[in-house]
Each structure stands twice: as structure tokens, then as C-alpha cells.
Design a protein around this ligand. Structure first.
Ligand code: NAP
Length: 269
């Protein structure tokens, strides 16, 4: 039985769900993030997986690491020095099919983890509802909502991804495990319509064909896993719950894809 589990990025969108599940399961949890040291039922270590700062302290004495942030190299090195705990990594469906720089780096991290000699488990999921909502929020800003023609998404609820990761963390190392995808493959036009309805906006939706290899790969559905539609919480349910709770889709979720961190969080309309 895992005694102490480190969740890197444990204050993030999926990381905090993992932390909550592990605490519910009665495990001791340590969180690593760059933000201010927090108090609560989980221990918090301030550190940075890019520079390695705080990693030795974070991995000391842990049986398992759930790695919910990128990159992985310094975490792997620290884990090897700290007695080789089980490393559980969250990756993305299609990192081997969509030639996006971010996906290439995640694929390289998957390989690094699986070949490191650490006991490892890698779960790929499709895009979280949060990311799709954040993307649609940006696309809905101009008077005409332009969306990429012919693209679909299969968004999944982060509660289901977090539950899957925590259960993998409590189990035996499985290597690359079957992908986790949302309940439905939906065209981006369809998702955009649902978003506009949910937030009470009216916009004409214009489908624009996009050129290039990355766009062709999205068009071909390289990021989808229709055979692994395990998630049960759909996009409309997610939107309804977010709006009812006053918790909003936020711009930060897109920063990994654009390389930019928007300066502030605002209401979607
Ligand atoms: N979003 C999606 O649709 C999706 C889909 C499939 C897989 N994934 C994968 O899931 C993972 C987590 O995504 P997410 O959307 O949950 O991320 P997120 O909400 O942006 O959270 C990132 C977390 O990592 C921490 N963090 C960021 N940079 C760090 C660094 N250099 N060192 C230490 N901690 C750092 C953040 O806190 P601080 O800022 O305070 O450090 C935060 O706790 C990523 O690996 C992503 O590729 C995401």
C-alpha cells in the first residue's frame, strides 16, 4: 500500500482532483507546485520541475508520484535518486499522431519515463472540458466566431481523469494503459453552439479550413479515441455545472498550447 504520494502540479486542474481522491482514500499526500506554500490536509512543497528546485525535498520518502505537469526529465532523475517510486504520468491522446511541438515534447517524456527503469504508468486522455471551454471563450470574442472547419473534439471531464489517475496511483505499475476519452466525438461547430447557448451569447459561427500538417492531423482526428469513450460527463453537463457554481472557463488552460499566459481571468461574456 502506498503511504506517501507526491502529486506534482497538485494545485492544477487535474492535479487537485487527484489530490482530493487520494486524501479520500486515506493516503498521505504531498503536493509540488511553484506557487506559495499552502496549508491544508496535503503537505505542500514549493518547487519547479523545470529547474529542479525543491524536487529532492518533494520526492523524499514517497512511494508514488503522480506527475501532473510538464516536463518530466528532472522528476525522473529525482525519482531515480530517491529509490524509484512508481511514477504515474498524464499524457494526451494523439501525442504520437499530431505533430504539435507540445505533443512532441510529451511523447518524448512518455518514452523517457517508460525507458527510465522506474516502475511507471502512462495514461493518455483527450482534452479536458475546461480547455475546450477556454478555447471557445477566446473564439467567441470577435463578432463572428471562426472555428477550424472539419475538426472534432472528444472532451472529457477532469473529475473522471483525476479519478482514473488516483486509482492508477493506488495500483501496480501498468506501463502505457488504455486511453481515457470523453463520451462523445463532437464537431467544433456543435461544441461552439453549446457554449454560446450556455453563456447566453449570439454569434454567427464560420467554419474556416486551416492549412498545415498540424491542422491536417486534427482534421483527421489524430487527437480522438472513439473506441475509448469511457467518460460519462458530457460538455453541456460540465458547462451547466460551471455556470451554476460561478466557476468559469479560464484562459490559463490554453497557455500550454499558445506558450502565453494571459494576464487575467475574466467572465466568459
Ligand atoms: N488540459 C487538457 O485538456 C489536458 C488533456 C490531457 C492531458 N493533460 C495534461 O495534464 C497535465 C496537467 O494539465 P492541467 O490542465 O491540469 O494543468 P494546469 O491546470 O495548468 O495545472 C498545472 C499545475 O502544475 C503547476 N506547475 C506549473 N508549472 C510548474 C513547474 N514548472 N513546476 C512545478 N509545478 C508547476 C501549477 O501550479 P503553479 O503554477 O503554482 O506552479 C499547477 O498546479 C499536463 O501534463 C497536460 O499535458 C491536459
Amino acid at each position: 500500500m502506498a503511504n506517501l504520494i507526491l502529486v506534482t502540479g497538485g494545485t492544477g486542474t487535474v492535479g487537485r482532483v487527484v489530490v482530493a481522491h487520494l486524501l479520500d482514500a486515506g493516503r498521505q499526500v504531498r503536493v509540488l507546485s511553484r506557487g506559495r506554500r499552502r496549508t491544508g490536509p496535503a503537505q505542500h512543497v514549493t518547487g519547479d520541475v523545470r529547474t529542479g528546485e525543491g524536487l529532492a525535498e518533494a520526492v523524499a520518502g514517497v512511494d508514488t508520484i503522480v506527475h501532473c505537469v510538464d516536463p518530466a526529465q528532472r522528476v525522473v532523475q529525482a525519482a531515480l535518486r530517491a529509490g524509484s517510486p512508481h511514477l504515474v504520468y498524464i499524457s494526451i491522446v494523439g501525442v504520437d499522431r499530431v505533430p504539435l511541438g507540445y505533443y512532441r515534447r510529451k511523447l518524448a517524456d512518455e518514452r523517457l519515463i517508460c525507458e527510465s527503469g522506474l516502475p511507471a504508468t502512462v495514461l493518455r486522455s483527450t482534452q479536458f472540458h475546461d480547455l475546450i471551454a477556454a478555447m471557445l471563450r477566446l473564439l467567441a470574442k470577435p463578432p463572428v466566431m471562426m472555428v477550424p472547419a472539419g475538426w472534432s473534439y472528444q472532451p472529457v471531464d477532469v473529475r473522471e481523469v483525476g479519478a482514473a489517475l488516483s486509482s492508477l496511483a493506488l495500483g501496480k505499475p501498468g506501463g502505457r494503459v488504455p486511453d481515457l476519452a470523453g463520451p462523445e466525438v463532437r464537431t467544433v461547430e456543435d461544441l461552439a453552439g453549446s457554449y454560446l447557448d450556455a453563456v447566453g451569447m449570439r454569434r454567427p459561427i464560420l467554419s474556416v479550413p486551416l492549412p498545415g500538417r498540424v491542422c491536417r492531423a486534427y482534421h483527421a482526428g489524430g487527437h480522438l479515441a472513439p473506441g475509448r469513450a469511457i467518460g460519462t460527463i458530457g460538455f453541456e453537463q460540465y458547462l451547466g455545472e460551471q455556470l451554476a457554481a460561478g466557476t468559469l472557463p479560464y484562459d490559463d488552460a490554453i497557455r500550454d498550447y499558445t506558450g502565453r499566459r494571459p494576464s487575467k481571468r475574466t467572465h466568459p461574456h
